[in-house]
Design a protein around this ligand. Structure first.
Ligand code: ZN
Length: 309
């Protein structure tokens, strides 16, 4: 069974650190990870360069990455303007993040849920006019779906209602993000089941998990049990977590691929080659910590990877 590992380090990892990675290093990173077998990479975000100077070269990186054969180039877009820029640059997949916690949404993007849904409708209208061969897949990403640092508990009903509203507004699919690292495996199983039963089995395929409290891979396993087939992760867990020293930011791509392959699931990613890509990060970001148990410990004796199914 194929599991899609979607690398989000060039976006989520880089936006969480102060250092700015030069465009050439980003190109090297994306190229090397694609060569290791990663087939989807979120390369950046179309936000104002004033807000996130780390991602100011997103358009250039998209134009570069879309020439890599077999690679799906994904980006975040906070609004219609970002979506226009993403289409212009030629992204294959765009995700608009919508915070399930309205307080978080107001603080982050100064918009209510209703205003964000209007933004989504604007993007759907934009995409209708894009020729099919240039039209990106459009995902609604529900951030803080498992809890919020401002509101605490985010009711599952709110997440389900928003997922439903996003699909009704014309998104191709929805994803659930544990932005704050609050999720636990029982909650993952429950929320995924509820959202799937509201929007349909195929409208929810992906989880975006953080490892803030060390439950990242346990949450992956819970997701697998309820039919999730796409997981976001970042190489070396880049970004770390300012609230939890020693914890990676996103779940670590290397550890995720190791777990999946060791379980007999197929990722198409060569682990040795993937771990070698860390060198690109070490050279370009010498002051940043890299995380991951598998790269530190090495692969177990006798470990072999699954051949393509
Ligand atoms: Zn994240």
């Amino acid at each position: 069974m194929k599991i899609l590992v979607s690398e989000v380090g060039p976006r989520d990892g880089l936006q969480s650190i102060q250092s700015i990675m030069p465009l050439d290093a980003k190109k090297k990173w994306v190229t090397a990870e694609a060569a290791a077998g990663v087939t989807e990479i979120e390369v950046g975000s179309f936000v104002s360069a004033k807000l996130l100077p780390q991602l100011a070269d997103t358009a250039e990186l998209v134009r570069f990455a879309r020439r890599i054969p077999g690679l799906t180039v994904a980006v975040l877009v906070p609004n219609l303007k970002g979506a226009e820029a993403a289409v212009e640059a030629g992204a294959h997949k765009i995700t608009i993040p919508i915070s399930a916690s309205e307080s978080h949404s107001l603080k982050n993007v100064r918009r209510t849920h209703a205003q964000m849904l209007d933004e989504v409708k604007g993007i759907v209208t934009l995409l209708k006019d894009v020729p099919a061969d240039r039209r990106p897949k459009f995902e609604g990403g529900l951030s803080t779906a498992f809890g919020c640092t401002l509101e605490g508990v985010v009711p599952a009903d709110t997440v389900v209602a928003l997922a439903d509203a996003l699909m009704s507004a014309g998104c191709d699919e929805v994803g659930l993000s544990d932005t704050t690292g609050y999720a636990n495996p029982a909650q993952v199983r429950d929320l995924v089941r509820r959202v799937k039963s509201a929007v349909g089995e195929h409208a929810l395929s992906g989880l975006h998990l953080h490892n803030t409290r060390g439950l990242g891979l346990a949450n992956v396993l819970a997701g697998l049990e309820v039919g999730i087939t796409t997981f976001d992760s970042s190489l070396g867990g880049l970004g770390g977590c300012p609230f939890a020293p020693g914890a990676s930011g996103n779940i670590v791509t290397e550890d995720l691929v190791f777990m999946l392959e060791a379980m007999g699931l197929w990722t198409g990613i060569d682990l040795q080659q993937l771990m070698a890509v860390r060198q690109v990060l070490r050279e370009a970001l010498p002051s940043e910590d890299l995380y991951g148990f598998t790269p530190d410990a090495g692969l177990p004796l006798g470990f072999s990877q699954e051949a393509a199914p």
